[in-house]
Design a protein around this ligand. Structure first.
Ligand code: PLP
Length: 236
């Protein structure tokens, strides 16, 4: 019998640097079948977001319903409050990884500011959230250089069940991510890569969803995903 697929709920980056296309490439690398729910169609180069066309919330809901039974879910760009609320309402009964995408590297908002309350509600429903330091600061109101423990504690107080705090935006020779669960703090380290590729957040969250779909415990799924991102960054 075929294994259940992973559902990707994310935006289409026309350039393929991030978003749905990157997610699908990651699933293929892990041998996972995909179902998709596109939340927005965007026109992008590696330097600029040129246009964003949100998908109507009812179409997102229909795509999730059409996916049927899935083994895990990866959630990326949600674009607005209506789509975010719809995803929360229709979230399949499966482990889910939420990459709280707020803004592109080039500075364009990818989630409407008035959608934050809806994002908080979704945050409390998923298995894991994977904010980078600027996203964690934005979500908590704490400074980006606040102690990781304080940031994680604030996210737990907001309802998060597990937090992978991504240190890629920090300085230093190590790219150190910290996984906080209800009972543990687990460091995941890799040498910092200088390639500056886009789409690392999408790749990481999708890879974690693949690990969860394949039955790995959360720490092992995160460690495997981190190794996958490091290999991706070091591939020319
Ligand atoms: N576009 C889409 C559809 C995304 O999902 C994301 C991030 O998840 C981005 C753009 C931003 O990517 P970057 O930060 O690499 O510009």
């Amino acid at each position: 019998m075929q294994a259940d697929p992973v559902l990707i709920i994310a935006g289409l980056d026309s350039g393929g640097g991030a978003g749905l296309m990157r997610d699908l490439a990651t699933l293929a690398a892990f041998g996972q079948r995909a179902k998709t729910a596109a939340t927005a169609i965007t026109a992008q180069t590696d330097a600029q977001v040129l246009a964003i066309h949100p998908v109507p919330a009812e179409t997102v809901a229909a795509q999730i319903r059409a996916a049927g039974r899935v083994a895990a879910v990866k959630i990326g760009m949600l674009t607005n409050a209506a789509v975010t609320e719809t995803v929360t309402r229709h979230l399949p009964d499966a482990p889910a990884v939420l990459d709280p995408v707020l803004i592109s590297s080039s500075g364009t908002p990818l989630l409407a500011p008035d959608a934050l309350p809806a994002l908080y509600a979704l945050m409390a429903r998923v298995t894991l959230i994977t904010p980078n330091l600027p996203e964690a600061a934005h979500l908590t109101g704490l400074p980006p250089d606040a102690p990781a423990e304080a940031t994680a504690a604030a996210l737990f107080a907001m309802g998060a069940r597990a937090v992978l705090l991504k240190g890629g935006h920090a300085e230093g020779p190590e790219a150190l991510d910290l996984l906080f669960t209800a009972t543990a703090r687990i460091p995941l380290s890799a040498p910092r890569s200088a390639t500056g590729k886009r789409g690392t957040g999408c790749t990481l969250a999708s890879a974690i969803a693949c690990g969860l779909a394949q039955g790995l415990p959360l720490p092992a799924a995160c460690a495997t995903a981190k190794a996958h991102v490091t290999a991706y960054l070091n591939t020319p």
